[in-house]
Design a protein around this ligand. Structure first.
Ligand SMILES: [Zn+2]
Ligand SMILES: [Zn+2]
Length: 401
């Protein structure tokens, strides 16, 4: 495929990442012209979502990761983007010299082709794929493949741990047995907004926004528990690979990790008819925002306090705050986090544009638990307009699977 077709496809699949466009354009003759023509013209996400709804076939949501030496991430990135766009895959994929971390949606009829594609590269061959638990096939609506420094943003330096010295992997049955042991401490290696809607019974759930913040917090938490058996888990297992190595480096000898994470745990307990020790929902970093594992609802609506575990992003795209909202509040606030956002959304587009003008978006729109409630309260009182939209940024999305 030549670069122009590639670029056309890039636009078609809705990837509006300025950086990757710039990179591609730098390789084209006459680049400025093309850049302006195709690539600043962002495809509206509503159009893409509508296209997805109208698709006459099923999609499979899956995830995978592998720590593997990739000497030329940018080159692999370009190839994978072209090849996966060809078979109509969507998703969010990070590639670094240390490996690959992918959340994807693959058309059911192209699953075999997709597997063949993975197998055609030694570094990706025989990849264990984790298939989503609850899947409406609408997890992603575009394909984004990014080159990153690391596949999980952990803030660690190579001296902080030995990557090869990880914890013992446990399957669901072994995990359940280990949890019964009194000399055990279970640690949730995910962020607060993930563990808020679901976690293993009795697990330590650090109040952190990012994986990077969490590692030192966990050390502190386990300070007086060096003699205990430490059980780690996360969504799909990738974070535990780093966390277990980190803990072992810091003198914990009895470290275990849930192999395949919560996603595979659910598969195994269903298949083998095991007791489910996970309560509530498994938060996921795609359009679904969660999949049900246990029947109980362990969290509350951030607006009215009623039991609820449905995450949503504020309907006002300028805000996009990630929060928990019940059906009644969704109706009352038209899917927004506040009256202010609702009112803003109801204004004519021209009016919105005027109000938005000159208001600089913060560089790092990270959702913070500590700031969430005051943020919502301020919104309700009308003290806050659009100055501080809080949302998950791309950086924090790296730490999942
Ligand atoms: Zn509510
Ligand atoms: Zn809002």
């Amino acid at each position: 495929m030549d670069l122009r077709t590639y670029l056309g496809r890039l636009t078609e699949y809705g990837s509006d990442q300025k950086k990757e466009n710039k990179y591609l354009c730098s390789r084209l003759p006459n680049s400025t012209k093309l850049y302006n023509m195709h690539l600043y013209n962002k495809v509206d996400k509503r159009v893409l979502k509508q296209k997805l709804i109208e698709e006459p076939f099923q999609r499979v949501t899956l995830s995978f990761y592998r720590y593997v030496n990739i000497p030329n991430p940018q080159e692999i990135r370009d190839q994978l983007f072209a090849e996966w766009a060809e078979i109509n895959c969507f998703g969010r994929i990070y590639i670094a010299k240390e490996g690959i971390n992918a959340q994807m949606s693959v058309p059911e009829h192209n699953m075999e082709l997709f597997k063949q594609n993975l197998n055609s590269r030694e570094s990706l061959a025989n990849m264990p794929l984790k298939i989503a638990v609850e899947d409406d096939g609408k997890s992603f609506y575009k394909l984004v493949v990014k080159v990153r420094k690391y596949i999980v943003a952990d803030g660690l330096k190579p001296d902080d741990y030995d990557v090869t010295n990880v914890g013992t992997h446990l399957n669901a049955r072994e995990w359940n047995d280990a949890m019964q042991d009194e000399n055990t401490v279970v640690v949730d290696m995910r962020n607060h907004y993930e563990s808020e809607v679901g976690h293993f019974k009795g697990a330590v759930t650090p109040d952190c926004d990012t994986f990077r913040d969490e590692l030192p917090m966990v050390l502190k938490e386990l300070e007086d528990k060096k003699d205990k058996k430490v059980l780690l888990y996360c969504t799909g297992g990738i974070r535990c690979e780093k966390a277990s190595a980190f803990l072992k480096h810091h003198g914990y000898s009895d470290v275990y990790q849930l192999h395949g994470g919560i996603i595979d745990y659910k598969r195994q307990i269903d298949r083998e008819n095991l007791e489910n020790l996970f309560e509530g929902k498994n938060f996921v970093f795609d359009e679904r925002l969660g999949e049900r594992i246990g029947d109980e609802i362990i969290s509350n609506c951030h607006q009215c306090g009623e039991p609820c575990d449905t995450h949503t992003n504020c309907n006002n795209d300028d805000c996009h705050l990630l929060f928990i909202q019940c059906e009644a509040c969704a109706e009352k606030y038209a899917g927004c986090c506040s009256v202010k956002c609702k009112e803003f959304n109801e204004l004519p587009v021209e009016e919105q544009r005027k109000l938005r003008k000159g208001k600089r978006k913060p560089k790092r729109n990270v959702y913070k638990k500590g700031r969430l409630r005051p943020h919502l309260d301020q919104f309700k009182r009308g003290d806050l307009i659009l100055e501080s939209p809080l949302k998950l940024d791309e950086q924090d999305k790296t730490a999942h699977a």
